[in-house]
Write a protein of this length. Structure first.
Length: 315
């Protein structure tokens, strides 16, 4: 039986343009050690003129992956998602290609208006969905609340693994780019991320963190990751393999949090003190369950900070 996919399995999700020649090596042969998930992108990462070549490369890859899957391989592969350019491209891929080795689709520029069209195409499949929130509507808390309530009641709900926050597109909407010395939380997206967490998390949705495009500034990435975790985001988009170690490290659970979580979920007391803090199972149990779920897939930090990264084997 195939292991259910948890949003906590995503970790650092590496985006790779479909034009790349080494995607098969990454997926089938572990070229990037410890990679948990990747998105093969046919949208912003591919120019209009290169779309035919990108589709040709993707279709070759899909054939190879499906053949490997039929031969019993794939247990050690990362989670693999496709980001089609639009609904029509998704329709064509589903109709013409073997997607049996793919875990899901990332839905670019997702809005309430596009929901039914996406679902019409994807409902006959078993693919997981990761809608990306990256349009002007995302700045409107009323529209996000309406979207969240619609998704809760929609048949697609059980297929949504996580909602992705498209940081660069959201900055583009307001004609801005992050300053090189700041995290996304220091600018307008600080409000947006807090608002999205407040709207979607209480309704049971998981959110992933936007990319940090400052590839050569690990200090900013580490500061941003601390804030991602503090906001309850379950993973982070990566655009370079060099970012993955920092993402994995940040997503590992602190030993004190792990111990608190175990006690909170096992205690028969209504309230108790542990490690200098009040623990109250009635209010902390959801947090504790999320901590243990994250620890299951991302691990717990050790005192030497040399703990092994857990590799999720999917069957």
């Amino acid at each position: 039986m195939k292991q259910p996919i948890s949003p906590f399995m995503l970790g650092g999700t590496l985006y790779m343009p479909a034009l790349r020649d080494d995607i098969a090596e990454v997926i089938l042969h572990g070229k990037i050690a410890g990679l948990r998930s990747l998105v093969i992108c046919l949208e912003d990462a591919v120019t209009d003129r290169d779309v035919p070549l990108a589709l040709q490369k993707l279709r070759t890859l899909l054939h190879v992956m499906a053949e490997e899957k039929r031969n019993g391989n794939g247990g050690e592969w990362p989670l693999v998602f496709i980001r089609p350019r639009n609904v029509q491209m998704a329709r064509e891929l589903i109709a013409a290609d073997d997607l049996s080795a793919i875990d899901g689709f990332v839905l670019a520029k997702f809005t309430q208006a596009s929901l039914d069209e996406w679902w019409q195409v994807l409902s006959p499949t078993s693919l997981l969905l990761m809608p990306t929130l990256e349009t002007s509507e995302v700045y409107d808390v009323r529209m996000m609340t309406e979207l969240a309530e619609t998704l809760v009641a929609h048949p697609c709900r059980d297929r949504i693994l996580a909602l992705r926050i498209g940081g660069n597109d959201l900055m583009s909407v307001i004609g801005m780019r992050r300053p090189r010395s700041m995290t996304l939380y220091d600018g307008p997206l600080g409000y947006v991320i807090k608002m999205l967490v407040s709207v979607f998390s209480p309704r049971g949705f998981y959110l992933t963190a936007p990319v940090c495009e400052l590839i050569d500034n690990p200090a900013i990435l580490k500061r941003e990751l601390e804030l991602d975790v503090a906001h309850g985001l379950v993973g982070k988009t990566a655009i370079h393999p060099g970012q993955l170690d920092d993402i994995y490290h940040a997503l590992r659970v602190e030993p004190d949090d792990y111990e608190d979580a175990i006690h909170i979920l096992s205690s028969v007391k209504a309230v108790f003190k542990l490690q200098g803090a009040m623990c109250e199972p009635a209010t902390h149990s959801m947090w504790a369950a999320a901590i243990l779920e994250r620890a299951k897939y991302m691990g717990v930090r050790t005192t030497t900070d040399m703990d092994n990264v857990l590799i999720v084997a999917r069957q």
